[in-house]
Design a protein around this ligand. Structure first.
Ligand SMILES: Cc1cc2nc3c(=O)[nH]c(=O)nc-3n(C[C@H](O)[C@H](O)[C@H](O)COP(=O)(O)OP(=O)(O)OC[C@H]3O[C@@H](n4cnc5c(N)ncnc54)[C@H](O)[C@@H]3O)c2cc1C
Length: 640
């Protein structure tokens, strides 16, 4: 074995979405970082759909951006269609999505990574993790590449995605690979197994890619992007690429017949694939078999970029044999003559049950070894990126002997996700939904910067110039909200045609502008004439649409937010009761063996986390609290 001369602070394995965020955060936090990845050309590659964001995923992208991460900024540089989803619904579920030029996304990410100070990039396959005993604990010491080079580091973050023992399936044929066109990672999977980690097998499926020149676009439903695109990044404004539409078509009974006639050639239905797939992201054959009463399924035809003819037919994920994929296409309007450029396929891979991780994403059994991304059983670029960012920040903090950084369930979707992963573990691919968050009105896209950017400033992930931009925005919001809440509008003085136009009968003895805005018929833009009349020295009409929306939400939903804030108080009280580590659960009298086992498996860091473990009862929590009190960990008043 050859030993590389330089010892790094941290090594990141993998240049996918988790790896890039981790390496970027580390480099920004002045850690000497080495990113080792199998193929430098695929850094930032979008293995599946050419889009960032979507419901709840848009929230995570905004949170990454607010925390000084790069996914939002890179997506903005590559976006070819923006859409805000759920705009007719409540503000909590409004989400952004950007169709991206995949090559441009990859190029922007690679440019960014290659120009980072403190970051070295090497192409190599990591075969082994070097673990040594230090202070009586197994501690990571570096990694060994396939060519036998030992790279030493004080911490290692593994972000191997779908590559651990990756096996790709097209029908009943299969080939070893982390994704089509890539090798699998066998040695690294074995290393993790040798560490006695609980591992499992998951699967995910992708669509065939079509040649756009062979699609008959005439007669297909067009889906344009938003007229006024709203970008991901709070702080960066990259030039906008040409915006293009998507198109919609549908499967039909003939397509379903083809699938039914060929399910015996599906690796999923014949049991060739053992890995568990996501129920909420089914392949087309899954949909047709499971929802037999549905006579059609929607397919979005999404361009993969501006300088490619490749089209991603979203909704057509399949692992059926190639000839069946071709037969299916022949039945779908617009795709009758479509040529497949790359077949759809499924990939099966090993993951590590994240229940074995601390909330910092460090493995409990090995000091300094962190896992982030799809390796933890999640699915999706955004979920992966967010974990990479958090693992990167925490590895840097640990090296600096600073307190760990975790986010509460009341602070961020990222906090919800990591708490779910480490508290409940994973038995099917985990993706984010808005319904996973208890306080989702507080975790909106529009306020992600106000929730989280303070941490980016604190850790040096966003510089002073951005802090100024942030402060300016915060002050503007506070000022406008305050002005609207205090300015009284006399009933008689209100322009009667305004009231009539908006179906407002009477203002009684008058009201504040905020009370007027709270009426369901009134929006911030519609209130501008009245504001200008009563606050002639202000120029609220000049505020950006995003800011107007934020202010409107702050005012209209203030009551609901107050209610959620009261719930957060109770949650925080539970979170404030720390559980010492290590904790001797055998010493707690009155706990059943089953609950004791659950506590020992998860090793919760707070009473709040303990209460969220599946199967843990309120009685067990009260026993735990009594024990902590008796051992002086918490005060008497906490028991009330
Ligand atoms: C077939 C398929 C279907 C998918 N379907 C969906 C979907 O429907 N919805 C969805 O949201 N997401 C889907 N995805 C998942 C999406 O691609 C991932 O969630 C996301 O890319 C995970 O990011 P990551 O950073 O964890 O891993 P990846 O982006 O996979 O990156 C892993 C990186 O690790 C590197 N690597 C692995 N092992 C080693 C090693 N030993 N040494 C050095 N480098 C190594 C690889 O080269 C790669 O750079 C799909 C992916 C595939 C392949």
């Amino acid at each position: 074995m050859i030993e590389h001369t330089k010892e790094y602070d941290v090594i990141v394995i993998g240049g996918g979405h988790a790896g890039c965020e981790a390496a970027h955060a580390l480099a920004k936090m002045n850690c000497q970082t080495l990113l080792i990845t199998m193929n430098i050309d695929t850094i930032g590659h979008m293995s599946c759909n050419p889009a960032i964001g979507g419901v709840a995923k848009g929230h995570i992208t905004k949170e990454i951006d607010a925390l000084g991460g790069i996914m939002g900024k890179v997506a903005d540089s590559a976006a070819i269609q923006y859409r805000r989803l759920n705009m007719s619904k409540g503000p909590a579920v409004r989400s952004s999505r950007a169709q991206c030029d995949m090559r441009k996304y990859r190029a922007s990410m690679q440019y960014l990574m290659m120009n980072l100070e403190n970051l070295t990039i090497k192409q190599a396959a990591v075969e082994d993790i070097k673990v040594e005993e230090k202070d009586g604990r197994p501690t990571v010491a570096g990694v060994v590449s396939k060519l036998g080079v030992l790279y030493r580091a004080k911490a290692v973050i593994i972000t191997a995605g779908t590559f651990l023992r990756g096996l790709c399936h097209v029908g009943l044929d299969n080939f070893v690979g982390g994704r089509a066109g890539s090798k699998a990672s066998i040695g690294l999977a074995q290393t993790l197994q040798d560490l006695n980690l609980e591992m499992g097998r998951l699967k995910t499926v992708t669509t065939p890619r079509l040649d756009g020149r062979t699609i008959d676009w005439s007669g297909l439903e067009i889906q344009p992007g938003d007229e006024k695109p709203s970008r991901f990044s709070f702080y960066h404004d990259s030039p906008m690429l040409e915006q293009v539409p998507c198109f919609i078509t549908y499967t039909n009974q003939k397509t379903h017949d083809v699938i039914h006639q060929n399910v015996d050639r599906s690796p999923i239905f014949t049991g060739v694939i053992n890995g568990t797939g996501a129920r909420y992201c089914p392949s087309v054959e899954d949909k047709v078999v499971r929802f037999a009463d549905k006579d059609r399924h929607q397919i979005f035809l999404e361009p993969q970029g501006l300088d490619t003819t490749e089209i991603y037919p979203s909704g057509l994920s399949t692992s059926l044999p190639l000839d069946v994929q071709m037969m299916m296409l022949k039945t779908i309007p617009g795709l009758e003559r479509a040529e497949i450029m790359r077949p759809g396929y499924a990939v099966e891979y090993d993951f590590v049950n994240p229940i074995q991780l601390n909330p910092t994403l460090e493995l409990r059994g090995v000091e300094g070894l962190y896992l982030a991304g799809q390796i933890n059983g999640t699915s999706g670029y955004e979920e992966a990126g967010a974990q990479g960012l958090m693992a990167g920040i925490n590895a840097a903090l640990k090296l600096k002997h600073e307190p760990a950084f975790t986010l509460g369930r009341d602070e961020a979707y990222i906090g919800v996700m990591i708490d779910d992963l480490v508290t409940k573990g994973v038995d099917e691919p985990y993706r984010m939904f808005t319904s996973r968050a208890e306080y989702r009105l507080l975790l909106r896209e529009d306020n992600a910067d106000r929730r989280l950017s303070k941490y980016a400033f604190k850790y040096g992930l966003l510089g002073e110039a951005f802090e100024k931009v942030f402060e300016e925005k915060r002050k503007t919001i506070d000022h406008v909200v305050d002005a609207l809440r205090t300015k009284m509008v006399g009933a008689s003085k209100i322009n009667s045609s305004f009231c009539k136009d908006h179906g407002i009968d009477s203002l009684g003895n008058g009201c504040t502008l905020a009370e007027l805005l709270r009426r369901p018929q009134i929006s911030f833009p519609s209130l501008i004439p009245i504001i200008e009349h009563f606050l002639p020295n202000e120029n609220f009409a000049a505020l950006s649409e995003n800011l107007q929306e934020t202010i409107e939400i702050e005012i209209k939903y203030a009551g609901y937010m107050d209610r959620q804030n009261r719930m957060v108080k109770t949650y925080k009280e539970m979170e404030s009761h720390q559980i010492p580590d290590p904790m001797d659960y055998d010493a707690i009298k009155g706990l059943s063996n089953e609950i004791r086992h659950r506590f020992e498996t998860v090793r919760p860091t707070t009473v709040g986390q303990a209460s969220r473990i599946i199967g843990v009862t309120p009685a067990a929590i009260s026993t735990l609290m009594m024990h902590l009190k008796a051992s002086q960990s918490i005060g008497r008043e906490d028991l009330s």
